[in-house]
Design a binder for this molecule. Structure first.
Ligand code: ZN
Length: 339
């Protein structure tokens, strides 16, 4: 009961990329880069295992950006035709590549990395991929003419990738959909359908991570504008609860998401974010247990997995390590209480 996992990314070691910076360029190249990424993944697997995390991840050591890392291996995208686009419903502008013809996977994107990780841990292993709606919100479209249609095209590619990763022994495949809370009304219309296409035929656990974004300034400002209670999730949790996705990951630590919204996800396992990734302060195990206990008011303990609010990529390695240990220790406190 009350297993532990991470939402996704973990900091890159300083020899691989500049620390405490999102999407920093690689410091290695060619074969050296592949070796560096593997070493980094091994370090984080070991640190997660030592901390007592049950379901470990590669910490996204094999990609620079959580969406573009996948898109780099997709045909039909013109990386020279960069478009400035307001993303997450115009929360901020980003330079994004453009879809100019039907998309197709050139090759398996993450199989090598996943195979390596699988060989190096006997723990349950989780891997994250960008969700179809979030991909569509992070790329310009000059071909499909309709977001739902483009989302289904990307979902088919994600499905090919996910089936390959499952065959390599991945236990949990998570799709990151931060765009869900920018386009709440579209989630029931086509967001869930695209996710269903992405998980078609999978027998491993499937998860979706929804979130209010990393602790970057644009997100902090946006969060300030949302008022005291963040009720966006009420709009689409009923549709998510009816979906075939097994797990939902969301931020609950120091968050203004009222935990009562968890009551709308009665048929899901909940990855309860009990680690705030927007601060360097390392939680005490008691604080982690406090957040998990608060979630228990709306979720049976059997359905709770203790997790981080979001990825920890922008944090220092020291802080991220401390937070991993606090997460595991906090979950252990609660497990003891419940026995
Ligand atoms: Zn997140």
């Amino acid at each position: 009961m009350i297993k532990t996992t991470v939402a996704g990314s973990l900091p890159k070691p300083s020899w691989l990329a500049e620390p405490e910076k999102l999407w920093a360029p690689w410091r290695l190249e060619g074969a050296g880069l592949v070796e560096g990424q593997r070493d980094a993944a091994m370090v984080w697997i070991k640190l997660q295992e030592d901390a007592g995390i049950d379901i470990v991840s590669d910490g996204e050591q094999f990609r620079k950006h959580f969406v573009h890392g996948f898109l780099e291996e997709v045909e039909g995208i013109d990386w020279h035709r960069m478009t400035t686009m307001g993303i997450r419903d115009n929360r901020y502008d980003a330079q994004v590549p453009t879809v100019t013809s039907a998309v197709r996977r050139k090759k398996s994107v993450h199989a090598d990395g996943v195979k390596f990780c699988r060989e190096n841990t006997s723990k349950q292993f989780k891997f994250t991929l960008p969700g179809p709606m979030t991909i569509c919100d992070t790329i310009a479209d000059a071909h499909y003419g309709s977001r739902p249609e483009m989302a289904m095209a990307f979902a088919a590619l994600l499905n090919q990738e996910a089936l390959e990763l499952e065959a390599l022994g991945v236990d949990v495949i998570q799709f990151d959909e931060p765009a869900f809370n920018a386009f709440m009304d579209q989630v029931p219309v086509w967001g869930v359908e695209a996710l269903h296409r992405a998980i078609e035929g999978l027998k491993c656990k499937t998860a979706v991570h929804i979130c209010y974004g990393y602790g970057i300034q644009q997100n902090i400002d946006w969060k300030e504008s949302l008022g005291k209670e963040w009720l966006q999730y009420e709009q689409f949790f009923p549709a998510l609860n009816e979906s075939r996705i097994d797990q939902v990951s969301l931020e609950c630590a120091d968050s203004r998401v009222p935990l009562s919204v968890l009551g709308l996800l009665k048929d899901k396992e909940i990855l309860v974010g009990a680690i705030n990734v927007a601060t360097d302060t390392i939680e005490t195990p008691e604080k982690v247990a406090f957040t998990l206990r608060a979630a228990m008011e709306f979720v049976d303990p059997e359905r709770i997995i203790a997790c981080t609010n979001c990825g920890m990529a922008p944090l220092s390695r020291h802080v991220a390590e401390g937070k991993l240990k606090a997460l595991a220790a906090g979950a252990a406190l609660l497990r003891n209480e419940l026995q």
